[in-house]
Design a protein around this ligand. Sequence first.
Ligand code: ADP
Length: 475
Amino acid sequence: MSHLVFTDSYINGEFYKTDKRFSVDDPATEKSIVEVSDIDEQGVNNAIDAAKGAFVKLKATNATSRSATLMRWYELVIEHKQALAELMTKEQGKPLKESLGEVEYGAGFIKWFAEQAKRSYGDVIPPTDDQHRLTSFKQPIGVVAGITPWNFPIAMVTRKVAPAYAAGCSFVLKPSEHTPLCALALAYLADQAGFEKGAFNVLVSENAKMVGELLTESDLVRKFTFTGSTAVGKQLLSQCASTIKRTSMELGGNAPFIIFDNADLDEAVTGLMGAKFRNAGQTCVAANRIFVQRSVLDKVVKKLNEKVDSLKVAHGFEEDSDIGPLIYAKAKQKVQELLMDAKQKGAIQINAVKELGGNFQAPVILTGVTPEMDIYHQEVFGPVVSIIAFDEEAEVIALANDVPYGLAAYFYSQDIKQIYRVSEALEYGMVGINEGLISNPVAPFGGVKQSGLGREGGHQGLDEYLEEKYVCMKI
Ligand code: ADP
């Protein structure tokens, strides 16, 4: 296996071993890859203290040197691209080609924030009288704690840690217990790149609740950033209230994907394949409700069926695998329950039913999905296309917006007036127009409503880790 496999939490530049261990499993084989040690309370507190110590050191650095360190980290991640991608496919299951893509995408955040580190400009404010000079400038918030999910084990880490370091903040990260190996490898490479000891600590644990409580309740931690489900995000947000932390929350979505009758249908179906099946549908921006204008419904379904038929569901290391396993058995069970509920309430599966073993889930196309079905309201997080027919633009906008979430939305249209109308009317943080894959380190990623707070990536991503200080001087 890769030389980048580490099995203990990483605190203050050293590995921290405990006696309690748990297994990280390969979702494709359901066999153990390796046992890792489970952090104890002492370890969590040590990591917070180490980050506090590192913050003092970081305060004495300048943006140009932090930028150079980030650039070395970026280069090391790219240098180890193959090993990191293999590690990812092992612990997360996605096809190797997608893992390679994610390493590049994840590294892209490090590079972007290496560049942005040098651009945390302040303001010189025109004074209101002759006796004062007014300025404001930006300073790092302090110690940051973050909790990340398993679906993008590298990108979800780099899009938080890189801007934090660029701003001059130190970090305590708890990655998902299902994918700690990529996070540990990233921390090791950051150390090699010259991160100060304690600037990036990784806590491996199966006891997310204990770690989450200590991180959110600590007064030393001044910023908390989370990516995961809305339910857990709400809980963590309320835990952060006791110490009034700054927070960023990247939570769940229920993305509409709308195909209007004037769209280029081939492009729409191609876009849908990406927005739906990437990572076996396990993304928070995955197309979840597919609205197709009734006059083109049959054509879209036919084209889609042909493409879905050619998808290969297989172990991520198999040549040409398009869809790997779901992350664990409970995830597959949830998809199956949603399918059963939808079918009982009248949805029709239009492709052949295929039962696959283990955590593998064959792609499914459902037509006749309605708001009465659970699948309409919940993030499927699996390879299921739920199709809903609509007649009018106003009707589909109302349906698209009528959910508590507002992360990503997509639509396909060739009518320029409609493009403006619909992109403005969709209550979502991100909109893809004639494009199904929109994530990009240079652009602000994030949601409205119950999909979250704050933005990652773009120039906005750096501000999440900076405080603005206003200075009023009498002369
Ligand atoms: P997912 O279903 O994608 O795993 P979760 O929101 O359950 O989404 O998990 C995202 C991250 O949140 C993971 O790192 C997980 O360990 C962590 N987590 C889950 N429950 C809690 C909790 N009660 N407190 C803190 N972290 C939690």
